[in-house]
Write a protein that binds this ligand. Structure first.
Ligand code: SER
Length: 758
C-alpha cells in the first residue's frame, strides 16, 4: 500500500465504525500558551477531555500533522541518526469523548491492523500499564483482559509509567496507555533473539506503531492526579512507521514517503544513499526537515528570531549544516527540494501547492543568509585561530566560541571541526557554561507557572456576548494565579463575558468588573484553547459577588473600525494586485492596523494610491455589516469566503460580509463601513521573502492626518505665495524625493528652505 492508500484505508475503516473524520488542525498552535506546535493529534481536543467545553461529536478521527521539536515531546536529536523518528510526522488518530472506551478501541485497532492492513499477528506485541504506586494508579488489567481475546498472554507485556502512562505536558489530561509494537526483523534475527526482549528498547525494527491512551486523569500543577469527569480515548499511530511496516521496509526513509526526496538529494550531490553512514544521516536529516519547514511556512509560520519562528529557523539551519558539512553543498538546495515535496504531496495537502512559490522563496532567502553566516563565521574562526596561535595558545576560549554560536548563528560542531583541522582545542566547558547561562535566562523569560484553577461555581460553558454587548452582570466561575517573567497576576473565567479574547489579529479587550464596593481592572483578555481568560493584577475580596463588567468601549470601537478596514484592505489588495494575495498575518488594535500578505514585488505608489482610494470609497458608501454567526463551512466557502491556511475552523463558521468583501472571521466589526470615517496608509514594506506588510490608520487618526495635510498645503501656498495646485505639485516632488513610507513621517519635517530649493 502506498502512503495515500494507507491514509485512506484508515479513514474508510473508522467511517464504517460511525466515526466522523475531521481535518488536521494547523501544526502551529495559536491559542494555547503551553504549546508552540501540535505534538499529538489530541492537542486540539484538550478542552473536551478536561470538560471545559463539549465536542459536538462524541467520536472522531483524523490524520494530524504533528511536530515534535520542543517541550516535553522533543525528538529532534534522534532525527536522521535513527531511521524512525521525525520532526514532522502524520498521526492517524481516533478519539472518543465520553463515548466508547477500552474495549472498542482495542477491538478496532486489532481489526484494522490484522484484517485491513493484514499485519502478521505473530509479529505483534502489546504493552499495558503496569501500575504506579506513587500516583496511586493500579495496573490496567481491564485492557489486558480485552487483549487476551486477540493475542496470547506471553505477547502482552506490562510496562512502567515512563512508557505506558501518556501525558501531553507537565499538566493536563493524561492516562494509562496500551501500545502496539511490531517486530519487522528477518526470520534469522527473530530466531536468534526473542522479539519480546526488544520491545521498548530502541531497536530500529521492533517499534511501536500505535498508542491507545485511555484518558482518565488531569495532572494538576502540584503533580497530583484528579479524575476527569468522564473517560475518553485518544489514539495515535505514526503513518510513516505504519508505511514502513506495510511496505516491508527496514526504515521509514525507504518508504514512498521519502524515497523521491532521497533520489533528489542523490542527484544534486552525486552521492548514493546507503553507501556511507555520515552522508546517509545527512540525507535523512534533510528529507525529514524539509517537510517540517515547508508545512510550517504553509501554515503561516515564517522562520524568525523568536518563538515558533525561531524553532523553524533552527530546523532549517540544521538541515543546511548537514548539507554543507556532510554533502559538500555550498548553495541553497532546500528551496528546490521543497518544490519536489510540493509535487508529490500537493494533492493530499493543497496548501503545499497553492503556497508553493512562497515556500520556495522564503526557504531560499533563509538558506542564502545562512550560507553567508557560514562564510563570515569561517573567516572569524580563522582570525580567532591565528590570534590564538600568535599568542602561543592552543585553545579557543569558550566565550569566543559561544559568541560565534549565539551572536553569529555559527554551529558549534562546525567550529569544533575547524578547530580540530587546525590542531586547536576548544574550551568546551566554558562554552557549555555560557550556554547553560543563556538557557536559564531564556527559561526565566518565557516560563509560565500556573496554579491549579480554584472553582467557585459550576457552570458548563462560558458564553461570549461581546458582539452585541459591551457590559453585563456576571459571576466569577473560577480563577488561578499565574507567574510569568517574575510578575504575578490572576486569570479569571466568568459565566458570561462581553470581553473579546485576543485572536484573529485583534487585541484582547480591556475594561473592569465592579461589585459596587471594589473595581478590578481587566488589563487583557486571552484565549486558552476555547476558554476565555481575563487577566487582572488583584482579586476582589468578595469573589462570589455579582459583578458589573464594562469593556472600554471607546477603545473597542476604534479597534472595530481598524478590523473592518482590514477586511476592506484585503479585498482592495486582491482587486488591485491580483488573486495571489493571501493574508499572512494581521494586527488590529485601537491605534492602527497591520496587514501582512503574499506578494512578490514592492507595491508601487500608484497601486498604493488606488488601494487607499478603493477602501475610502467603500467607507463613504456606508456598506452595512452582513454578519452570519453560524454558517456551515461549505456554504461560507460558496459565498466566496476564503479559509486561511494555518487557521482552525469548525463545521460552522462566522461570516463577515461588507459588500463584495466576504471573510471567515471571529472578530468585532463596525455596523456600517461609514463608522470607519477615513482610511490612510502609513507604510508599506517587506517582512520576508514574498511577504509584504502594510500599516494604516483610520477614524480620528486618519481624519487628523488629512486635516493637518490640508493645513500644510494652505501654509505652503501662502508662503510660496502660489495657488494650491502649485502646492500640490510641490508635495508630489517631495514624494519623489522621499520614498514611501518615510515621506509620511518626514513630510512635516521638510524645512522651508528645502521647499524653496525645490
Ligand atoms: N496522544 C497519544 C500520543 O501522542 C496518542 O495519540 O502518543
Amino acid at each position: 500500500m502506498k502512503i495515500n492508500e494507507i491514509r485512506k484505508a484508515y479513514q474508510d475503516f473508522l467511517n464504517r465504525k460511525n466515526i466522523k473524520i475531521v481535518p488536521s488542525a494547523p501544526m502551529v498552535v495559536k491559542n494555547d500558551p503551553t504549546l508552540m506546535f501540535t505534538n499529538a493529534g489530541m492537542n486540539q481536543f484538550k478542552d473536551f477531555f478536561l470538560g471545559y467545553s463539549e465536542s459536538p461529536d462524541k467520536r472522531i478521527a483524523n490524520t494530524q500533522k504533528c511536530l515534535r521539536v520542543s517541550g516535553k515531546h522533543n525528538d529532534l536529536e534522534e532525527v536522521g541518526v535513527d531511521t524512525y523518528h521525525h520532526t514532522m510526522f502524520e498521526m492517524l488518530g481516533n478519539w472518543s469523548f465520553g463515548d466508547y472506551f477500552k474495549e472498542d478501541a482495542i477491538n478496532w485497532a486489532w481489526e484494522l491492523l490484522t484484517s485491513v492492513y493484514k499485519i502478521d499477528k505473530d509479529r505483534m506485541y502489546v504493552t499495558v500499564f503496569g501500575g504506579d504506586e506513587k500516583d496511586g494508579v493500579p495496573a490496567d488489567t481491564e485492557s489486558e483482559n480485552f487483549w487476551l481475546k486477540h493475542i496470547a498472554a506471553d505477547r502482552i507485556l506490562k510496562a512502567s509509567k515512563k512508557d505506558n502512562f501518556w501525558e501531553m505536558g507537565d499538566t493536563g489530561p493524561c492516562g494509562p496507555c496500551s501500545e502496539i509494537h511490531v517486530d519487522m526483523r528477518d526470520e534469522a534475527e527473530r530466531k536468534k533473539t526473542d522479539g519480546k526482549t526488544l520491545v521498548n528498547n530502541d531497536h530500529p525494527q521492533v517499534i511501536e506503531i500505535w498508542n491507545l491512551v485511555f484518558m482518565q486523569f488531569n495532572r494538576k500543577a502540584n503533580g497530583e492526579l484528579e479524575k476527569l469527569p468522564a473517560t475518553h480515548v485518544d489514539t495515535g499511530m505514526g503513518l510513516e512507521r505504519l508505511a514502513m511496516c506495510l511496505q516491508g521496509k527496514q526504515s521509514n526513509y525507504d518508504t514512498d514517503m521519502f524515497q523521491f526526496l532521497i533520489r533528489f538529494m542523490e542527484q544534486i550531490t552525486g552521492k548514493k544513499y546507503r553507501e556511507n553512514e555520515t552522508t546517509d544521516i545527512a540525507m535523512r536529516v534533510i528529507v525529514d526537515h524539509i517537510r517540517a519547514i515547508s508545512f510550517s511556512i504553509a501554515d503561516g509560520q515564517l522562520p524568525s528570531n523568536s518563538g515558533a519562528g525561531y524553532v523553524i529557523r533552527r530546523i532549517l539551519r540544521r538541515a543546511v549544516r548537514y548539507g554543507y558539512q556532510a554533502l559538500g553543498l555550498k548553495e541553497p538546495f532546500l528551496c528546490d527540494l521543497s518544490v519536489e515535496l510540493g509535487k508529490a504531496m500537493g494533492d493530499a495537502f493543497p496548501e503545499l501547492k497553492s503556497q508553493g512559490e512562497l515556500i520556495q522563496k522564503v526557504i531560499r532567502e533563509e538558506e542564502a543568509s545562512f550560507f553567508r553566516t557560514l562564510e563570515t563565521g569561517i573567516k572569524r574562526i580563522n582570525d580567532l585561530i591565528s590570534k590564538a596561535k600568535t599568542e602561543g595558545k592552543n585553545e579557543l576560549a569558550g566565550a569566543a566560541v559561544f559568541e560565534l554560536y549565539d551572536t553569529f548563528g555559527f554551529p558549534f560542531d562546525l567550529t569544533s571541526l575547524i578547530a580540530r583541522e587546525n590542531k586547536m582545542l576548544l574550551d568546551e566547558r566554558g562554552f557549555e557554561a555560557e550556554l547553560a547561562r543563556q538557557k536559564d535566562r531564556s527559561r526565566a523569560a518565557t516560563q509560565v507557572e500556573s496554579d491549579d484553577w480554584v472553582i467557585l461555581m459550576n457552570d458548563d460553558v462560558q458564553e461570549f456576548i461581546g458582539y452585541d454587548f459591551m457590559h453585563t452582570n456576571l459571576y466569577i466561575v473560577k480563577y488561578r494565579k499565574v507567574k510569568q517573567k517574575n510578575k504575578e497576576f490572576y486569570q479569571l473565567v466568568f459565566n458570561v463575558t462581553p470581553f473579546y479574547a485576543e485572536g484573529g489579529g485583534q487585541v484582547g479587550d480591556q475594561g473592569s468588573i465592579s461589585n459596587g464596593e471594589e473595581t478590578i481592572e481587566i488589563f487583557d483578555t486571552k484565549k486558552e484553547n476555547n476558554l476565555i481568560i481575563h487577566l487582572c493584577e488583584k482579586l476582589p475580596k468578595n469573589l462570589t459577588a455579582v459583578f458589573k463588567a464594562e469593556v472600554k468601549s471607546h477603545q473597542r470601537k476604534l479597534t472595530q473600525a481598524n478590523h473592518s478596514a482590514t477586511h476592506l484592505l484585503h479585498h482592495a489588495l486582491r482587486e488591485v494586485l491580483g488573486k495571489h494575495v493571501e493574508q499572512k498575518g494581521s494586527l488590529v488594535n485601537d491605534e492602527y492596523l497591520r496587514f501582512d500578505f503574499s506578494h512578490f514585488s514592492k507595491v508601487t505608489d500608484e497601486e498604493l494610491a488606488l488601494i487607499e482610494q478603493k477602501v475610502n470609497e467603500k467607507i463613504k458608501a456606508g456598506i452595512h455589516l452582513d454578519e452570519k454567526r453560524t454558517v456551515p463551512i461549505s456554504v461560507a466557502q460558496e459565498m466566496g469566503a476564503m479559509a486561511l491556511f494555518g487557521e482552525k475552523y469548525g463545521d460552522f463558521v462566522r461570516v463577515i460580509k461588507f459588500g463584495d468583501s466576504v471573510e471567515l472571521c471571529g472578530g468585532c466589526h463596525v455596523r456600517s463601513t461609514s463608522e470607519i470615517g477615513m482610511f490612510k496608509l502609513i507604510s508599506e514594506g517587506s517582512v520576508a521573502a514574498g511577504i509584504r506588510r502594510i500599516e494604516a490608520i483610520t477614524s480620528d487618526k486618519a481624519e487628523n492626518y488629512f486635516k493637518e495635510r490640508a493645513e500644510q498645503f494652505e501654509k505652503i501656498s501662502a508662503l510660496l505665495n502660489k495657488p494650491a495646485d502649485v502646492a500640490l505639485a510641490v508635495e508630489d516632488l517631495i514624494k519623489k524625493k522621499l520614498p514611501f513610507p518615510k515621506r509620511l513621517k518626514k513630510f512635516s519635517a521638510v524645512s522651508w528652505l528645502e521647499l524653496k530649493m525645490i
